[in-house]
Design a protein around this ligand. Structure first.
Ligand code: G3H
Ligand code: 13P
Ligand code: ZN
Length: 321
């Protein structure tokens, strides 16, 4: 099956009220784990590649690995650039055949973000590729400096509903990553913090009210940082802090039902892989065959992805919608 467009995947996901998992790929074992899990669960999938992954693995290796994955499965697969940081990087990926790129201008002032994102959109749309933009900063749950009196005022770090509408209109971007208290990595929240679901609802409503329809939103930083996996890492010699925290899976489910159609997960895969490798080394200190620790690592990542697509994103069984 040729590469799929996220445009097609999102349209079906919005209709079916499920989310598509966007899992980060850095090497062969991660790729095999993700694709095998989605194949077994009959789930569509987005394979996403960061600038760092391209530097680590070499874009040609990643491209060939993904071609191999596509040739052994018939589930829909989209290939996406995660957090593209320049027009040039996005153009390279579009020219290489990615079906989706993210241009992350979220650190720029609004007008500059619009300018950069629109430039990528104009190029991408001429070359049969779709674009994800980002508005707001992924700083985690904190008081939004731009917020006053419980309302949503502009200039804060979270995504403002009206600015989201303006951004989508001005850029023509195909999907939008929002900042609602989410952040990357294994230390997302302190204490009882949560995603700002009310803001997410307000963003979604503003887009609908503006005539932009059931517009696809993207949730970055969606790893749940499972406690048992963190405990396994620490049991077998790791030293992750007691303050690790992810997005509770119940929050992801609400976000999915509120219109987060693409859900990005990387950290949980890294944790699963690390836990399995540490366990092998701790239990078999004489082991030195990479297949003996990368194999269990791949298996653990696969189980995790199966769980996500089936129980959290609910895209299992939707590969052939
Ligand atoms: O959002 C970032 C992803 O987890 C990719 O991370 O830039 O270390 O590859 P990376
Ligand atoms: P996590 O760090 O929560 O896995 O987020 C990954 C991500 O957003 C990739 O873009
Ligand atoms: Zn991200």
């Amino acid at each position: 099956m040729p590469l799929t467009h996220t445009r097609d995947l999102f349209a079906k996901a919005l209709k079916g009220k499920y989310a598509i998992g966007a899992f980060n790929v850095n090497n062969m074992e991660l790729l095999q784990a993700i694709v095998e899990a989605c194949e077994e669960e009959k789930a569509p999938v987005i394979l996403q590649i960061s600038k760092g992954a391209r530097q680590y693995a070499n874009p040609v290796y990643l491209k060939k690995l993904i071609e191999a994955a596509i040739s052994v499965t018939n589930i829909p697969i989209a290939v996406h650039l995660d957090h593209g940081d320049s027009f040039e990087l996005c153009k390279q990926c579009i020219d290489e055949g990615f079906t989706s790129v993210m241009i992350d201008g979220s650190h720029l002032p609004f007008e500059k973000n619009v300018e950069l994102t629109k430039r990528v959109v104009d190029y991408a749309h001429k070359h049969n590729c779709v674009v994800e933009g980002e508005l707001g900063q992924l700083v985690g749950a904190q008081h939004d400096d731009g917020e006053e009196g419980g309302g949503y005022s502009k200039g804060g770090v979270y995504t403002h509903p009206d600015e989201a509408v303006e951004f989508v209109r001005l850029t023509g971007v195909d999907s939008l990553a929002v900042a609602i208290g989410n952040s990357h990595g294994a230390y997302k929240f302190k204490g009882e913090q949560h995603l700002d679901i009310e803001r997410l609802k307000a963003i979604k409503k503003a887009l609908v009210d503006a005539g932009l329809g059931d517009y696809p939103l993207v949730l970055h930083g969606a790893s749940s940082v499972p406690r048992d996996v963190v405990a396994e890492i620490n049991k077998y010699g790791g030293n992750l802090g007691s303050d690790t925290a992810g997005v509770p899976e119940a929050d992801i489910e609400i976000a999915r039902r509120t219109g987060c159609t693409k859900v990005n997960i990387d950290t949980d895969l890294r944790l699963a892989m690390t836990a399995a490798i540490r366990r092998v080394f701790a239990e078999n200190p004489k082991e030195f065959d990479p297949r003996k620790y990368l194999g269990p690592a791949r298996q653990k990542v696969k189980e995790l992805v199966r769980h996500k697509v089936k129980n959290v994103l609910c895209c299992a069984g939707h590969a052939f919608d």
